[in-house]
Design a protein around this ligand. Structure first.
Ligand SMILES: Nc1ncnc2c1ncn2[C@@H]1O[C@H](COP(=O)(O)OP(=O)(O)OP(=O)(O)O)[C@@H](O)[C@H]1O
Length: 656
């Protein structure tokens, strides 16, 4: 690439067509690549190539221009400005650029307007990812301008014959500064530009790394490179950057870039005038907020410190503030250290970040204070549930022992009974009496061990298990966990979830429960586990052995009537926005509903039927029927009501 002392870029360059940004010589820009042509370029040129030459590509802004597209179909193509049009033509006869024939042999299926001038750049990093769709992220450092002489091929990626426009030696060898000794307009311009850059720096906080870097570059780079470097660092639009890119003469380049710099200075002056904070703070805020330096497009040799630095610093603060045990803290700090060194585009960055976010969110030492009063607990249980005397007595005994001995280890209560007898709702009431958070973990159909214990982090799409997820949701380490339907746990090739539950439910072991995702022990000894099941027959013996089974039998008809009138009807009326004046179901009607329309040990179906009656009445009320008297619902009167007043639906009309 060195010919006659001059460093030359290859005369044939693969072109990366990008809508994303403009690469200027001397700047480093991150491009996300997902179009088929660009993906081919990365795979076949950057990833397969082994020489330095193969890492050099041409980056060319691909500005879709409706005017250009309108030209398609003509055999002679003329494109204004510095744009080059190539489009679908069969056969391709002549392609003219600014009056010059570029190509007359190929047919192109692309229909885009390309800039004629691009920047040859060296790909310093290529990162691939499949999420959310296959793409590569390229970090490219601009070397020099080139112009497209002719297009050689279009597939699998665009290859062009190019002409180098800038000298590369200006960065590599200390040489005569073309502008320093120039006394003419160019010298004046470059001095003015330099002074403006110094003025901008004076308005910013030097302790911010970006500003310090800007200062270093300003002093070390030859002045002729400054327009490119400064235009790529300060906040400018892509259109403005394109103007700088298209400016071939140095003088023109200074003229294009200087107004951008002065605009920035004027903007800062205005901001400083309007805000009345301390000057030092103000300077820092301006830089931090990206008022001057947007994004991270300036990293010629940049340390990884900007907004991202803030982010990881905040995370570090959270890690220290999470009050986690020594072992967990050690792991978090290690991961944090790795995270700081990772580029954000790396897929592992997101994984590590998610892991750390979970670690800081977990309630390692956050708990609610138990407010147990046995008398109040009895009243609450009685108010919430009718009958169930045996179960309520045992629950009260259990709670009383807990009150006397806070560090009670076991037993785990397991309520066994037919569906709808109130097992889950008793669990909820226990949480309320203790003043603890309640979380239900539905185990029905779970047949993968990792549902309980989580996946290892090496696994794609890994997640913590339900226990850790539940703790994250409730935000305290002493909730009431209701393991619903333990009898319906499955088994599969992915392991036996019941075996994983053994450790969770064993009071002797669960202080060191290790979820595969966390890979560090979490103390579950404060969690109060309650299990429910419909039958003990299908509960694995080892699991059953760890639990105290409390049978919850079905209800008698009388009990169901009481439950309906004390709990179900008031609940349903409230849920449907009705008042007892609008719907009254007499005690004598309920046995009819129970015996004719439900056939169950519990009361869930009864609750649904009452809900259906409420819905039907709600329609009438919403239609604006006025109530003259309190209506009572019986099968007979519902049929009698032919049309006036509150037209109570017939039983079948209720949908029950
Ligand atoms: N004794 C009772 N007193 C008041 N309401 C009750 C009683 N028994 C059940 N219920 C009510 O019945 C409904 C169903 O109860 P729940 O969901 O707790 O049943 P379950 O036994 O857990 O059923 P499954 O085994 O299907 O999970 C709830 O609305 C609950 O409040």
């Amino acid at each position: 690439m060195v010919s006659g002392g001059a460093i030359q870029i290859p005369s044939r360059l693969p072109l990366l067509l990008t809508h994303e940004g403009v690469l200027l010589p001397g700047s480093t820009v991150r491009f996300s690549v997902d179009s088929p042509r660009n993906m081919h370029l990365v795979r076949e040129r950057l990833l397969k190539g082994t020489s330095l030459k193969s890492t050099i590509i041409g980056v060319i802004p691909n500005t879709r221009d409706p005017d250009c597209v309108a030209f398609c179909g003509f055999t002679r193509l003329l494109c204004g400005g510095n744009s080059l049009l190539y489009c679908r033509m069969q056969p391709f006869s002549e392609l003219l650029f600014n009056g010059h024939l570029i190509c007359h042999t190929l047919s192109f299926s692309l229909c885009v307007c390309l800039c004629r001038i691009g920047t040859a750049g060296i790909a310093v990093q290529v990162v691939g990812s499949n999420w959310p769709k296959p793409h590569y992220t390229l970090l490219i450092t601009g070397l020099c301008r080139f112009s497209v002489s002719s297009l050689l091929k279009e597939r699998p990626f665009v290859l062009a014959e190019v002409k180098q426009l800038d000298q590369l030696e200006r960065y590599t060898t200390p040489q005569r500064d073309a502008t320093a000794t120039d006394d003419g307009e160019l010298g004046e311009l470059s001095e003015k530009f330099y002074q403006a850059a110094v003025q901008l720096l004076g308005m910013l906080d030097m302790s911010v790394p970006v500003v310090a870097k800007f200062r270093r570059l300003l002093d070390s780079l030859p002045r002729e490179t400054l327009p490119d470097v400064v235009a790529s660092m300060i906040r400018t639009s892509n259109k403005e950057k394109l103007q700088v890119l298209d400016a071939l003469s140095l003088e023109e380049r200074f003229k294009k870039a200087l107004p951008m710099l002065t605009r920035q200075i004027e903007g800062l002056k205005l901001l400083q005038k309007t805000r009345k904070t301390s000057p030092d703070n103000e300077k820092r805020v301006l830089v931090r907020k990206g008022t001057v330096f947007p994004g991270r497009q300036f990293n010629l040799d940049e340390e990884d410190e900007d907004d991202d630095g803030d982010d990881t610093a905040a995370l570090e603060r959270k890690v220290h503030g999470a009050n986690m045990p020594e072992a967990a803290l050690k792991i978090c700090l290690k991961e944090l250290k790795r995270l700081k060194k990772m580029p954000q585009s790396m897929p592992e960055y997101a994984l590590t970040r998610n892991y750390l976010d979970l670690m800081v969110e977990l309630p390692w030492s956050k708990s609610t204070k138990d407010c147990l009063d046995i008398r109040a607990a009895r009243t609450l249980l009685d108010n919430d549930h009718y009958a169930m005397n045996k179960l309520k007595r045992r629950v009260l005994e259990y709670l009383a022992v807990r009150q006397l001995k806070t560090s009670l280890k076991g037993p785990i209560l397991c309520f066994v009974g037919p569906p709808g007898v109130g097992k889950t709702s008793v669990g909820r009431s226990i949480a309320r009496t203790l003043g603890r958070e309640f979380h239900r973990i539905a185990l029905g159909g779970v047949c993968d061990q990792s549902d309980i214990r989580g996946h290892r982090r090496t696994y794609v799409g890994s997640m913590p298990g339900r226990i850790i997820n539940g703790l994250k949701t409730v935000g305290v380490n002493n909730p009431v966990f209701l393991l619903d339907e333990v009898d319906k746990l499955g088994k599969s090739l992915q392991g036996d979830p019941a075996a994983a539950l053994l450790e969770v439910l064993d009071p002797e072991q669960n202080h060191g429960f290790t979820d595969h995702y966390l890979n560090v022990a979490f103390d579950l000894s404060q969690v109060l586990f309650i299990a429910t099941a419909n039958t003990t027959a299908t509960i694995p013996p080892a699991l059953l052995d760890r639990m105290e089974v409390l049978e919850v039998p079905g209800y008698t008809q009388e009990e169901k009537v009481e439950i309906a009138h004390r709990h179900l009807i008031p609940n349903q009326l409230e849920q449907h926005g009705l008042t007892p004046q609008q719907l009254h179901i007499p005690q004598s009607t309920t046995p009819d509903i129970i015996s004719r329309y439900t056939r169950e040990a519990g009361v869930r179906s009864l609750e649904r039927k009452i809900g259906a009656i409420c819905r039907a009445v709600a329609v009438k009320v919403a239609e604006g029927h006025t109530l003259t008297k309190t209506e009572t619902l019986t099968p007979e009167n519902s049929k009698q009501h032919g049309g006036e007043g509150l037209n109570l639906p017939s039983w079948s009309g209720c949908g029950i």
